[in-house]
Structures are given as C-alpha cells and as structure tokens.
Design a protein around this ligand. Structure first.
Ligand SMILES: Nc1ncnc2c1ncn2[C@@H]1O[C@H](COP(=O)(O)OP(=O)(O)OP(=O)(O)O)[C@@H](O)[C@H]1O
Ligand SMILES: O=P(O)(O)OC[C@H]1O[C@H](OP(=O)(O)OP(=O)(O)O)[C@H](O)[C@@H]1O
Length: 226
C-alpha cells in the first residue's frame, strides 16, 4: 500500500512532542529522521498546539513532557518523544519505547540536606519525600521495605526540605548545580534517564507508517552509535 493510501485510511500520523527542555535537542534528531515541523511551530507568538510537518502528512502536537506519554498510550498520538523517567512513572502497558535517542541525559536521584536538620518527618521507618515521581519513588522505597509518604510537586522540589515540607526529595539531576545551590546532596541514583521514541503498541501493529518511522529513528540511532 502507498503512503497516500495509508493517509486516506488512517488520517494524518500524529506525533506528540514535549514543549519543555527536551525540545531543542529533539528537533535535530527528528530532522535527521526526516520529520520537520512547519515554520509556524517555531513562532513563539503562535498559540496553536497542533502543527503540520513540512510534507503535510503529519500533525505535530506540542504538549507538556508528562502528557506526551498519556497522548501516545491512549492513541491520541501514535508517536512521541519523552524521557524514560516519564515512561517509568506511568508504566502504561500500551506504550512501546523502541529507540533510545541519546538525548536528555540525566538521572533520577534521592537527595537530602547537606547539613542534618531536626526534621519532624525523617525517621528511617517512615519518610516523607517530595517528588514529581510518586510511583517510581513509592516502588523504590517499597523494595527497600521502607514506607514512604510521597508529596507530589510539579517543580522546585529542592525547596521542600528547607521549608519543612519533606525530609528528602526525588528529582532529576544533571550537572548537580540545582542541588548544590539549594544545600542538598545526592544520596542514591534510582535510574539513569534519556529521551526515547515512544509509539502506541496497537498503532505499531496496524499502521505501516508507524513501523516505517520507527525504522528511520532506529537507523539514525545506529548511524550515531557507529
Ligand atoms: N536537568 C536535566 N538534564 C537533562 N534532561 C532533563 C533535565 N531535567 C529534565 N530533563 C528531561 O526533560 C524532561 C522534561 O523536563 P521537566 O520535567 O523539567 O519539564 P519541563 O521541560 O520543565 O516541562 P514542564 O513545564 O512540562 O514540566 C524530563 O522528563 C527529563 O526526561
Ligand atoms: O542537575 P542540574 O543540571 O542542576 O539539573 C537539575 C534540574 O533540572 C530539572 O529542572 P528544570 O530546569 O527542568 O526545571 P523545572 O523545575 O521546571 O522542572 C530538575 O527538576 C532539576 O531541578
């Protein structure tokens, strides 16, 4: 079947992209795999959230990093780019992450204040942890036999210990400068993180354009690794 008959049968292929910090690294990777958003995508004043690609056969959605996984898992987009931290947090069975794109490298770590503080919440048997990743955090502490109460924050986790909100945090670390600037030290790494191409499993099975796109990203990753 040709690409245009697939287009008629399935409609445009929908690609969900995170609008935050992964985006700048993701755009050149996408271009190398032949996916280039229309110029309006780069217009900071444009409030649209959905754009065409240069060929007019794809829609590119601009969504929040955590929402990329949800759009793809529910089939609202067939393909997306997201950090492995987000994939692990949601653990959607409908998501398949076939290609490590080698961008967005960081780690998810536990950190606590450099100087011990007299916490209300810090006994080894019952911890309070501020994080954007309550599922990963609960699983990590459960595996160690420790009961952890997770307080979900959406950013600025590093403030939680000094404000008495939680004794520890679980957050992403790259250079370590955010921890240092906020008087925290890294105690353990839960996982290494990088951005992945994700696809909806059902779409991968039924829409040949999805498997063809995965192949292009895979070939690009292999070229880079060679
Ligand atoms: N310091 C970092 N270094 C490298 N990659 C990072 C870093 N922080 C986050 N990332 C990657 O970028 C993704 C998005 O980052 P983050 O959670 O900070 O959201 P954001 O870009 O600020 O967007 P939002 O406003 O939707 O939260 C993360 O899921 C992770 O995979
Ligand atoms: O180790 P570093 O190099 O200092 O990077 C770590 C910081 O990067 C991320 O935040 P981001 O800058 O994306 O801001 P956010 O609070 O919006 O998530 C993360 O949540 C840390 O705060």
């Amino acid at each position: 079947m040709t690409e245009s008959s697939d287009q008629n049968r399935f409609g445009p292929l929908i690609f969900a992209l995170p609008k935050g910090r992964i985006l700048d690294e993701a755009l050149p990777v996408m271009a190398e795999a032949g996916v280039v958003p229309e110029s309006a995508f780069h217009d900071k004043l444009d409030r649209s959230l959905s754009f065409a690609d240069e060929t007019g056969t794809m829609r590119i959605l601009r969504v929040r990093a955590f929402d990329v996984a949800t759009f793809v898992a529910f089939g609202a987009a067939q393909v997306g780019i997201v950090g492995s931290d987000v994939i692990e947090e949601f653990d959607y069975s409908e998501l398949y992450a076939p290609v490590d794109l080698g961008i967005g490298a960081c780690r998810l770590s536990i950190a606590e204040p450099k100087e011990p503080v007299d916490y209300k919440y810090g006994k080894a048997s019952h911890l309070r942890v501020a994080t954007k990743y309550p599922n990963i955090t609960s699983r990590y502490f459960e595996a160690k036999g420790i009961q952890a109460e997770c307080i979900k924050l959406n950013g600025a986790m590093e403030l939680a210990p000094s404000c008495g909100l939680a004794g520890r945090i679980v957050d992403l670390v790259s250079t370590g400068s955010t921890l240092k600037s906020n008087g925290l030290v890294e105690k353990d790494t839960i996982m290494q993180v990088s951005a992945r191409l994700i696809v909806n499993r059902a779409a991968m099975k039924t829409d040949p354009r999805v498997s063809a796109l995965v192949e292009r990203f895979r070939e690009r990753a292999e070229r880079k690794a060679a």
